[in-house]
Structure formats: C-alpha cells, structure tokens
Design a protein. Structure first.
Length: 112
C-alpha cells in the first residue's frame, strides 16, 4: 500500500468498486476495494487484511484522481463507515446517474 497510493495519486481517473458483507453500511462490513487504472491493472484490496484508511490520500488529495463507479452512493457509504474522507463531488463520476440523466425516462438501468 505504501507504494500503491502514490502511484494511483498520479492517475487522472480510477475505476472504483467495493464488495461488502451486506447492504447496510452500519451493520455490514467493507470486504474488498477494487481500483482500476485506465488501460492498466486492477488492484484488489482485502479490507479484512489491510486497513482501508490507508487509501485516504486518494480521497482527500486536492488534485486526486476522478473516481468512476456505478451506484457510487452505495460504495461511498461503506467507504465513509470504514473511516475514509468524502471526496469532493468534482472527483466523482457515477455511471448510473449519468445514464439516468442521458436516458431521461427515470427507469432503473443496470450496468449492462
């Protein structure tokens, strides 16, 4: 993690996804954090083995990468419960919200 975080801070965009033990961030736990680099590797962080707060610089840096995910509200709720700061909105891009804005019908659309 000591070398990974500075490397990821230099990327303009990171894909973000989480896996959890359930759906309630107050009752369940953050299990995995996945960070994907455009045209690069995907990093899988086991939050049962590594403290996810070590990722805090990615969320708090004033010139940090844009975090892209699908239904980021879900992921962010678990990340915040794990002790990570809330990133500024300008660094977040939610593909689920983008599709809803582009589609305009109000339908819930899947990642597919």
């Amino acid at each position: 993690m000591a070398s990974l975080v500075p490397e990821l801070l230099g990327k303009p965009v990171l894909g973000l996804d989480t896996e959890t033990t359930g759906l309630d961030p107050f009752m369940d736990r953050l299990r995995l954090v996945q960070l994907a680099v455009l045209d690069g590797p995907v990093y899988l962080i086991d939050c049962f083995a590594v403290d996810p707060r070590l990722l805090a610089p990615l969320f708090a840096a004033p010139d940090g990468p844009t975090l892209v995910g699908h239904n980021l509200t879900f992921d962010l709720r678990f990340l915040i419960q794990a002790g990570l700061p809330i990133p500024p909105c300008r660094w977040l891009f939610d593909t689920m919200l983008a599709v809803q804005v582009l589609d305009g019908t109000g339908r819930q659309l899947s990642l597919a």
